[in-house]
Write a protein that binds this ligand. Sequence first.
Ligand code: HEC
Ligand code: HEC
Length: 515
Amino acid sequence: MMPRAVAFTSAILGLFLLGSLAPAAAFDQRSLVSQKCAGCHKLGVNGISAVEEIRTTVEEWAVIVDRMARLWDMPLDAGDMDRLLKELTATQSLSPDDQRQVAYLSLQHNSQQMEVPEGEAEQLLFTACVRCHSAGKIYSYRMTPERWKKLKTFHAYMTPTIYFQLREMRWGEVADKVLTGLGTSHPYGQAWTAPDTSAAGRWIIVGREAGRGEYRGEATLTAKGDGDFAMQGSREFRDGKREDFMGDATLYGGYALRTRTRHGGSETYGAYILDKDEVTGEMHYPAPRFRTAQERWVPASSGARILGISPSYLVKGRETTVRIQGIDLPDGALSSDNSALTVKQQRRLDRDLIEVVLLNEADTYGVASLRVGSLEAGKITLAPRVDYLKVVPETGRARLAGGAHVPPESVQFEAIAYSNGASASDAADDVALGPVPAQFTLQEAATRPGDDDLKWAGSIESNGYYVPPGDYAPIPQREYGQEASGWVAVKATYEDLAAEAKLAVTVPDFVKRIR
Ligand code: HEC
Ligand code: HEC
């Protein structure tokens, strides 16, 4: 037992310490962050130095914690990473809206997002920084101006070749300028306060998997405590194919939901944002498939509501079967506020799904509001015709396999139908109608005399799915013994329309961790 006088003094001391640190200290002494990190990162008025001057995503926190162990010998036992990430993201997280901007980096997939600089300041940032990693990595951070500035010496130490590699500029001077700008454009602000939400419950899912189409489904999450959930559910594609899935999920910072599930024989991963009682995000298959699906989840208990109309457009003169999906859809006929629209048939498939056959006879572009009984169902676009197609991604990037541990990386192309909108001459009012089942082929995109890339690129599936054949290895029959890399065109045709995209088949990325 502690002598009374000592206990009294330490209580006073404790109060004094608490008092002086209370405003900013997010981590109390019992937290693992405090125990693991405060040894090297000193406690200042703003809490644990570096740690409480940075807010970022759970994925970037994992990179930092891993570096502390890998380079600076911080002991990291089994289970520590999980605990640390939960503690760190409770206060050192982005806001959900800021996270949404960089969500394309949350998954471990072959992101096809093309980062294009806008304006002079960003141009400079791309020249000095977006060379070894993405702009999204930088935009995943919010820091104090002092911490942003420290990134200059951080890079000089981590990648000392930076000055020579970027010798077309005075890297140090440019970095100073860029980092000062980031101090203002991406400030630390204040610690994040995790909302007291839970992902537990039954959710209704509407989703779309590129290359396979739309689906609906459900997921039930059961709380296991400490932000962890058991998860199971199913999804059903429009062609009737059904898949069950099960696995685990973790909610970080009260909103960033990460899932690890098995769909049939495949492992799948999801990154979602739980905000305003809805979950939105993506899930994907592992390499080489890397196919992603966009999903929206709403609570099954949220009362009668409509979640989606698909397709979301009607081309003039074609009877189109449209599905209206929701929760507890009312009985009652479908009606619209546009007299050019006729309901030819209506049938209820189940409590949550209605199928209608619609005919659009409008000569001009327009929008109709639909109702089912007393419930507003949303809007549907009326287009005189599909005017043109666009293929996404505009430039796909696939990677050759790099041996047993580095599988190839695929690309899923899609053809999107467009309407010229109200004015045929004004491109600004053009409207993306939605994906169409186009037929895809590869073609040569000649960039040099005797260009033979197509010959080695293999083929694309008719639904736009491409996986590079072969390994990263010299091909003796090819000029210079080049591997099966290349630059080819991807052509999509749908009815009498066609559109093109480009495909870069490149070498494997052996440095997986830096995005
Ligand atoms: C053994 C000493 C040591 C421990 C323990 C340690 N760090 Fe670090 N930390 C460093 C060093 C050295 C740097 C500067 C170089 C770097 O960023 O890797 C650093 C830098 C950082 C940075 C700044 C990165 C940036 O972009 O400016 C953060 C954030 C950080 N550490 C977080 C943590 C967290 C969280 C823990 C506990 C889980 C931790 N550190 C534990 C040594 C340590
Ligand atoms: C020569 C390559 C290179 C260039 C150029 C470069 N970076 Fe980095 N950067 C890296 C590497 C490598 C890492 C990851 C280090 C690690 O985690 O081991 C990194 C990490 C980061 C991080 C994460 C910090 C952390 O603690 O993990 C930020 C933010 C960042 N860089 C910003 C920038 C900015 C801003 C610029 C331009 C001023 C820039 N980078 C230019 C190579 C580069």
